[in-house]
Design a protein. Structure first.
Length: 104
């Protein structure tokens, strides 16, 4: 008798899953898990949409909405990042080196 074998299905929201994994690596599991839990419970602390699926609670206003584009997709997550590298196309560890070269 032939038994059917099911192939494992990939994550239904693979880009969001990868992004959340990077956030957890940068900020810690507890902080991100809490934001997601609160978003699922109805608070506008976490909302994601991909491939026709959504999770969490969307913000009620367009005032406090953060749109993710390719800039964030290519963002470096450095240990101890203070945000100095945002929008610079370099890692934060390179910001001080660059500043010393240009005399800042």
């Amino acid at each position: 008798m032939d038994a059917r074998v099911r192939k494992p299905v990939g994550h239904p929201m693979p880009e969001i899953a990868a992004f959340v994994a990077e956030l957890k690596a940068a900020f810690g599991d507890a902080v991100i898990d809490e934001a997601i839990r609160r978003g699922k419970a109805g608070e506008p602390t976490f909302y994601a949409r991909e491939n026709g699926r959504s999770v969490g609670t969307a913000s009620t206003s367009e005032h406090n909405v953060w749109r993710v584009d390719k800039t964030l997709h290519d963002r470096h997550y450095c240990a101890g990042c203070d945000g100095a590298c945002v929008g610079q196309d370099i890692q934060c560890s390179q910001v001080a080196e660059f500043a010393s070269k240009v005399g800042r």
